[in-house]
Design a protein around this ligand. Sequence first.
Ligand SMILES: Nc1nc2c(ncn2[C@@H]2O[C@H](COP(=O)(O)OP(=O)(O)OP(=O)(O)O)[C@@H](O)[C@H]2O)c(=O)[nH]1
Ligand SMILES: [Mg+2]
Length: 332
Amino acid sequence: MTEGNFVDYVKIYVASGKGGQGSAHLRREKFVEKGGPDGGDGGRGGHVIIRGNSNLWTLYHLKFKRHFKAGHGEHGSKSRSTGADGKDTYIDVPLGAVIRDSETKEVIFEITDNGEEKIICEGGLGGRGNWHFKSATRQTPRYAQPGLPLQERNITLELKVLADVGLVGFPNAGKSTLLSVMTSAKPKIADYEFTTLKPNLGIVEYRDFQSFVMADIPGIIEGAAEGKGLGYYFLRHIERNSTLLFLIPADANDIRKQYDILLDELRRYNPEMLDKDRLIAISKSDLLDDELKAELKDELDKSLPIDYLFISSATQQGLLELKDKLWEILNN
Ligand SMILES: Nc1nc2c(ncn2[C@@H]2O[C@H](COP(=O)(O)OP(=O)(O)OP(=O)(O)O)[C@@H](O)[C@H]2O)c(=O)[nH]1
Ligand SMILES: [Mg+2]
């Protein structure tokens, strides 16, 4: 079974660090009679900070680590020496991550920019050392402030925007194979239906270091919207894709009919799915010889209502053209 890398929802526990305690040290030196207070301040506890990272596309990296704690501030010490601040903990998230309070479900904030940092739990302030409390009437205060306590909470991270291109097709259409040749993702591929059980994401590198994300989901069959096959549950993963790439194999009996069935399942699942940009790729075109291809082309030019192109993951035929076309659609 393929283990999907497509994680768009995680619950985690975060806790900042406690503030360090202020010191109540009294200076004592051999020949100084009243040394006086010289206790330094405690350090601040570490924050837990959420940071946007444009190289991330899913929350997969957070799936197995559920607890994030920052370091505690160190205590102050003699000679007014301030304790070190606790270490901040960073949680990197993809852009478009929405952070909610798990209990109230309220949105706390959203991360939209690369490098953007927001504190989710503030570290406790360090306590002040005793020398701050020295006054005319109290020359040797023997107390200092404790550090402020840590903050903790359970939060939910959710992705709003996941991928740019979602692959749609019947089982065995070659979706996972296409993902494996266009990206570095390594989904399971096999000559039987429902090889893919969980969605997979890959990053398609485009010219000039630009890229877009492609999502491979389990095959859709007629009746998917009513729960047949695996289609229904996974359709939600392409709900957020801006563009849908329909994959229909060159050896399909009726290409137009397959397209109509797929489209109908999407519509029944959620009519808004039809608002997305669409493109058809005729996969496994290496199965056609030139003559067959010309014949099919004549037919498809008449029967298909939207743009299509011939591709083959096996021979790489049409893949550059496909990239260009997708890029053009995504940037319009
Ligand atoms: N000849 C040829 N065969 C292909 C091509 N692409 C995929 N196949 C074969 O088609 C079969 C199905 O490929 P998959 O990529 O697993 O298909 P899928 O759409 O992901 O299937 P599900 O995960 O079951 O929905 C495999 O045997 C592939 O080797 C191609 O370009 N040419
Ligand atoms: Mg597959």
